[in-house]
Design a protein around this ligand. Structure first.
Ligand code: SF4
Length: 835
């Protein structure tokens, strides 16, 4: 792709490129903004032609550009106003305008609460070492100097590498530092790589299953995005948000899911939300809400497709020309008969079951007549962009859930056309600027993002075909040295927190744990060494956009105040350790953090995005927007797989056939060779995206006399991004952590709104306030993910961490996390105080 770039001028030049339809749409969306305020807790900004830090807020205060960089899928500029060396006020972006592609990037309630994050009591103030003779988690610490701390880290790292090999070193997932260009997990990676490398991981907790399975379906080694919402606004007639909830997961003005979905609604698109929970997106956007039981999406889709083909409503030409394996006549050679998807839904496959809408109703709970009507609506309201969020795939056998949603777009022939889409998440323009260089990792071995606790417990038993180990057939070592930089995986973000805590407290397993953060998390409590990082407000950085539709941008972040307490920017922390490990010069290349920011900006970012101004000018402007086609931003709206659709011979996909593989021969082979010695129900690899009933799934919940009859899911919460911001009092007060429970389930248990309930299964117990609401379907409860854990002396969590209840069992192909596959029981603990 060739990219031309130029800045958005004060005249709002991108607005000129918009069609009357999209411009009017956006204007109308602004006019209708009251719904947004109610639904998203978010305020659209006033348009401003000036691109400058100064101009409003506290008179005469020094105003400095900074950013919120947490892993919410957006990134927001913040203007920090400094008075007497203290941040006195946090202002949002004042650049851009109210046009669709030049929009302001307004921070949500989380970023606007940055002062509490900087000055709150949760800050780690100085390096801490677990006191000799105490166990991890006992909470007894000695303050040590930075020199001692750096020495200890370096000594333990080198000892473990020498004793067990570099595969024993691991930097565990920490999404709190994924999203700035410099203060990212690459800081740890660069250190490890300079001392011989470390065990790495593939995939991530957000979309492990879809990110892994897509290569078998579309031949892409990540998820395959759909068309952008901007493109739907221009060309579409219908938008399906399948497990996709932009109103709560993409709350920034930069996130296309906020602004564009609003615009899409006023553009007149029919919007259907498929979700077990009546999310804010359903409440604010949807013409129709369809609520299948969690984990049954593939069954719902089979019922829809059966109705489509029975009424000849599928795009047969697309299936014949662009796909493999929907029909018997497009199956690869050498495969037994009746393994195509059509055979599956017609009852000619191995299970002999016709996948009628009635069959789907029994599994999903969606009435058969609704399934039929939805199928007809989809076929008659093209182009339709089916966009899936990442909730449906975060299930046991979530790989098939994700593929099934892709498949529905295939059957409708919507791939590669304006207004249509692939069935993946809404498309976006990935930023062109680059991250801090981690260097090459000499270690080949990697595990799934979810596999690290297994690798601590029995890493040297983990293999490629049993555990999804990559790069080697078997891991040579357990994990013995682990650093958690900017994350809370050890305490609340992984799974089965109680069992995990016991594993981490066993010092014969992982021998050294260091946590680096600016807040004293539950993970820090389980460390041997805790090092205080600064917040973004105290350091230099460059911050890119992420999932922001067709508008990419870069944000300037510079220190507004000096590092508080005895904290240091992450770069300085790792540089100090590198010095002790004998690789200091190689680590820094002689640059300070500010010099790295200037170096990367001039030598990498400006060549990649020629419209970027010089560094000093950028410090004043703060934000720079750019587009795939700067001369005509609207023309650049994202149509996924357009070239494949236009010429599949010249532009084949990366699958073995070059086509969309509804039947995957690779998966067929894996189904014969991969091992599941500890397998549970549903641990199956299937060649087509069929429905697989799994452990702790919808069927098990409805068994007569089921011990755990409630399906527990965990939606994203407005007060925090995963666990970031989860300890701030104002955030918690604004958005209370409660369990969502349907009135039918509440009444059957004598539970009223506001009561304290116990949520439990064999893995643990949580006690928290309940919200009794019809916004969650019967038989399902939702406990928002990311809450900070608060153990009591009996091992009961009072913080509301849903991962006390989730399982460490991975999915079959991706070996990923499946936090929405969890069965629990709910009981009354005590009456609440509500009238
Ligand atoms: S949490 Fe996300 S949307 Fe909110 S301010 Fe931070 S980056 Fe922006």
């Amino acid at each position: 792709m060739s990219v031309e770039t130029r800045p958005v001028g004060p005249e709002g030049s991108v607005t000129k490129g918009l069609s009357r339809r999209s411009f009017m749409t956006w204007s109308a969306a602004v006019g209708g903004g009251t719904a947004l305020v109610a639904g998203g807790g978010y305020f659209l900004g006033m348009p401003s032609g000036s691109a400058a830090a100064q101009g409003d807020g506290i008179p005469d205060a020094k105003t400095v550009w900074s950013a919120c960089v947490v892993n919410c899928g957006s990134r927001c500029p913040l203007r920090l106003q400094v008075v007497d060396g203290q941040i006195a006020r946090v202002l949002p972006d004042n650049t851009g305008d109210d046009s669709l592609l030049g929009r302001q990037i307004r921070a949500c309630v989380r970023g606007r609460n940055m002062r509490e994050r900087v000055y709150g009591p949760g800050r780690i103030k100085t390096p801490l070492k677990r006191r000799e003779g105490t166990k991890r988690g006992d909470g007894v610490w000695d303050e040590i100097s930075w020199d001692e701390a750096s020495e200890l880290f370096a000594k333990e790292m080198l000892r473990c590498a020498e004793t067990y090999g570099n595969e024993s070193l691991f930097s565990v997932y920490g999404s709190g530092v994924w999203n700035a260009h410099i203060s990212s997990s690459a800081l740890a990676g660069r250190l490890f790589n300079l001392v011989g490398g470390s065990l790495s991981y593939y995939s991530n907790y957000s979309y492990s299953q879809i990110g892994t399975i897509t290569r078998f379906h579309y031949g892409i080694p990540d998820e395959c995005t759909s068309n952008s919402f901007e493109n739907s606004i221009q060309h579409g007639r219908m938008l399906v948000l399948w497990g996709n909830n932009p109103q709560e997961t993409r709350m920034s003005g930069g996130g296309n899911t906020f602004t564009s979905v609003q615009a899409a609604k006023t553009a007149g698109l029919r919007i259907v939300v498929v979700d077990p929970r009546y999310s804010d997106s359903a409440a604010v956007l949807a013409d129709q809400w369809i609520s299948p039981r969690p984990g049954t999406d593939a069954a719902l889709i089979a019922g829809i497709i059966k109705h489509l083909v029975d009424n000849d409503l599928q795009d047969q030409k697309f299936l014949d020309d662009f796909c493999v394996g929907f029909d018997e006549h497009t199956m690869p050679e050498g495969v037994p008969a009746n393994l195509s998807y059509r055979s599956y839904i017609d009852g000619k496959g191995p299970d002999g079951v016709v996948k009628s809408p009635e069959w789907a109703e029994e599994i999903t709970g969606v009435p058969a007549h609704t399934i039929r009507q939805f199928a007809v609506d989809l076929a008659m309201t093209k182009p339709v962009n089916i966009t899936q969020g990442w909730g449906p795939q975060r299930h046991a056998n979530g790989e098939n859930q994700a593929r099934a949603i892709y498949l529905l777009s295939n059957v409708l022939g919507q791939v590669g056309i304006p207004g249509g889409g692939t069935g993946g998440r809404e498309g976006y323009f990935w930023p062109l600027t680059s991250w801090f260089p981690a260097g090459e990792n000499p270690v080949q071995a990697s595990i799934s993002n979810f596999g690290w606790s297994d690798a601590i417990d029995h890493g040297s038993e983990m293999t490629a075909t049993k555990d999804g180990v990559r790069g080697v057939d078997r891991l040579p070592s357990d994990i013995k040295f682990m650093v958690e930089f900017g994350g809370n995986m050890l305490a609340s973000q992984h799974a089965d927190n109680g069992a995990l805590r016991e594993l981490l407290r066993d010092e014969s397993k992982c021998e050294f744990i260091c946590v680096i953060d600016n807040q004293f998390t539950g993970s820090a409590e389980l460390a041997d060494l805790v090092l205080p990082d600064t917040t973004t407000a105290e350091r230099w950085d460059l911050v890119p956009s992420e999932y922001t539709g067709d508008m990419a941008y870069l944000i300037m972040a510079e220190p507004a105040i000096e590092p508080l307490h005895n904290s240091r920017p992450g770069y300085d922390i790792f540089a100090g350790i590198a010095e002790k490990a004998g690789v200091g010069k190689e680590y820094t290349e002689g640059r300070t953090l500010e010099q790295w920011a200037r170096h990367m900006y001039e030598n990498e970012h400006r060549p990649a995005v020629p419209s970027l101004p010089d560094f000093e000018t950028f410090r004043q402007l703060g934000v720079h927007r750019y587009y795939a086609d700067m001369d005509n931003p609207e023309a650049g709206t994202h149509v996924s797989l357009r070239s494949f659709r236009e010429d599949p011979v010249s532009n084949p996909l990366g699958t073995p056939s070059g086509k969309i593989e509804i039947f995957s021969l690779e998966l067929y082979d894996m189904s014969q060779t991969w091992e599941f010695p500890d397998g549970k129900k549903g641990d199956r690899i299937t060649s087509i995206p069929e429905y697989v009933a799994t452990w702790e799934g919808a069927e098990e919940a409805r068994q007569p006399g089921a011990q755990y009859p409630i399906q527990l899911i965990g939606h994203h919460h407005k007060s925090r991004t995963h666990s970031t911001y989860g300890n701030l009092a104002k955030s918690k007060e604004a958005h209370h952590q409660v369990l969502w429970l349907n009135p039918l389930d509440a009444r059957a248990r004598g539970i009223a709104d506001g009561d304290i309930v116990g949520i439990f299964n064999d893995r643990g117990r949580v006690q928290i306030e309940v919200r009794v609401t019809p916004r969650i379907m019967p038989g399902v409860a939702s406990l928002p993910q990311g809450a900070w854990i608060q153990w009591d002396e009996n091992g009961v969590d009072h913080g509301g961490s849903n991962n006390v209840l989730t399982s460490l069992h991975p999915t079959p192909v991706a070996k990923g996390n499946c936090q929405h596959t969890t069965l629990v029981q709910v009981e009354l603990v005590s009456a609440g105080t509500k009238a």
